[in-house]
Design a protein around this ligand. Sequence first.
Ligand SMILES: [Fe+2]
Ligand SMILES: [Fe+2]
Length: 244
Amino acid sequence: MGITLNETVLIENAEPQPNVKKLWRKAVRNAMWKSADKQTTKKSAADDPAFSYRWEHVRAVVKTAKKLAKLTGADAEVIEAAAWLHDVAKKAGDRHPQEGAKFALKFLPKTDFPAEKIPHVAVVIEAHMGLWRKEPLTDLESQVLWDADKLTKIGVLAAVHWLSGDVTRNRIGKTEDAIKRLKSARWRSKTVASMHTEPARRAAFHRFVAFDAMLEALKAEWNVTDVNSGIDELDSEVYERESL
Ligand SMILES: [Fe+2]
Ligand SMILES: [Fe+2]
């Protein structure tokens, strides 16, 4: 729906506002872009890397978190802001959830993000650590971000992201390296078991199965075990008996 005539008059008559705060959606995206760009350039073997693992990961988390928020009734604004900023302080290593939460508390007040929701965003960011959990999270928004972050690490999408990221860092030179890298992600079953929300749990199961099927197919193609006569052992025995 376009702008009505009344709204146009209102906009034209509006006084320019001093200290207009940044639009939060654009601001959180830009903040993450800058952080991802730094992280990627630092870790990459190339001066101008074509693929940014961190940026693509965060974009996937935002999409997933927004969908989960819709399906679970979680606060969409808290989720979207937290998803964009959850890895903004990744350079702090294991402390990046805490540092990311601190960043959100400082950064979001400079934007038009609803002030009363800012502490909740920080709580959600701080809670996203770990690939699996012994104790489930209890806050719905924290559950949604945790599930969204981990959903991007157990399926075919994760495989594409890891391999692309590892190529950019010169960690993969051979097909065997790629297979080894994918085989090493054995922890994924614990991640699936740690999902909090129902839609994430269902998707996690499917993604887990799809990843394993893909890895088996990759191994079979590389080892050429999928190329055979088309007659399995049982068939070939029958064939030999009948041809006597
Ligand atoms: Fe993280
Ligand atoms: Fe993440």
